[in-house]
Ligand binder design. Structure first.
Ligand code: ATP
Ligand code: MG
Length: 304
């Protein structure tokens, strides 16, 4: 297991010289402050620093997860990479090009399902292909292939309101994949689905990722999910978001679901958990009778 603070630099500051040759995404000194409107009584307009000096290289074909407390700027980071909002300072490059607007090079799957309610499932998936001006026949075929990949061929002519949360999320994945972006940005895509469906979606996503070689940046609140899916997990600090630590997940692939109950998995879980804790608590790994381990929070008393 290896941990680094942003490519090994002690303070998270990377320089141009440290950009890896295989970096698909290179983020340097990235900060974002939102303008916040307040009443005169409250002191008038101000700004809120959501992200502060983020430095991160993401390799081509890497599966990278981002975890951090609510409000630490995870969605903000994805929106900047998707070209949906403009950074305040620093640089975010994809394939060496500064991100300034949305492009078909990058697909985003939003925190809330963002399907077009007036379009059928099939037409939702065809959307990016229409923008790309792909012909009707080819569009239909590509959309059908991706719907088959996510197991929704039978639902092609249905509308989003007729689908369950997990199904909507699979349509969103098919839609993002259909126009063949190199980079897939996923913002808590499975947060609203039940445990069993989530497990199935993990398998599907990993198999799609292995088949297509996409670069995936995946935001989640689930420590388990982040470890199970990823090559690396980035932990952000509470607001303003900074890179607290980056952990390499050296677990073999393919990863069967049983891996989640293994001892080596528990070690990663403990590590990420600890990094997410407040300073007032430590997490202890308890050895259970069946040989597995459990993570327990224990109060941290200074000096002991
Ligand atoms: N449009 C906006 N205007 C002003 N402040 C905003 C705006 N969007 C987000 N913020 C603030 O920026 C900070 C980061 O928000 P962001 O949505 O990126 O957090 P997050 O890590 O994705 O949180 P969560 O885990 O709850 O989804 C928060 O304090 C939030 O209140
Ligand atoms: Mg968010």
């Amino acid at each position: 297991m290896t941990t680094t603070t942003d490519k090994g630099t002690a303070n998270g500051a990377a320089t141009a010289a440290t950009i890896a040759d295989d970096a698909e995404i290179a983020i340097r000194g990235l900060s974002l402050a939102y303008d916040v409107r307040r009443s005169k009584k409250e002191g008038g307009a101000t700004s809120l620093l959501a992200l502060d000096d983020i430095n991160l290289d993401i390799r081509r074909g890497e599966f990278l997860s981002i975890v951090g407390p609510s409000g630490c700027g995870k969605s903000t980071l994805l929106y900047i990479l998707a070209g949906l909002i403009k950074k305040t300072a620093g640089s975010a490059k994809i394939e060496g090009m500064e991100v300034v607007a949305p492009t078909l090079h990058t697909g985003i799957i939003m925190q809330a399902y963002a399907l077009f309610p007036w379009r059928t499932v099939q037409k939702n998936v065809e959307f990016g292909l229409e923008i790309k001006k792909v012909g009707k026949q080819e569009r239909r075929q590509i959309a059908a292939d991706f719907l088959e990949m996510v197991g929704l061929s039978e639902f092609a002519s249905r509308y989003p309101y007729e689908l369950s949360g997990g199904m909507k999320q699979r349509v969103a994945i098919a839609r993002a994949l259909a126009y063949d972006p190199e980079v897939l940005l996923m913002d808590e895509p499975f947060a609203a689905v039940d445990e069993q469906t989530r497990g199935q979606l993990h398998e599907q996503l990993l198999s799609i990722w292995e088949k297509t070689g996409k670069t995936i940046v995946f935001v989640t609140h689930s420590i388990e999910e982040s470890i199970f899916l990823s090559d690396r997990v980035v932990i952000l600090t509470p607001s303003p978001g900074r890179v607290k630590e980056t952990i390499d997940i050296d677990l073999p692939r393919p990863r069967p679901a049983e891996l989640k109950s293994s001892a080596e998995f528990a070690v990663y879980r403990k590590q990420v958990w600890q990094l997410l804790q407040n300073h007032g608590e430590l997490i202890e790994e308890i050895l259970l009778e069946d040989g597995n381990t459990s993570l327990e929070a224990v109060p941290f008393v200074e000096g002991i």
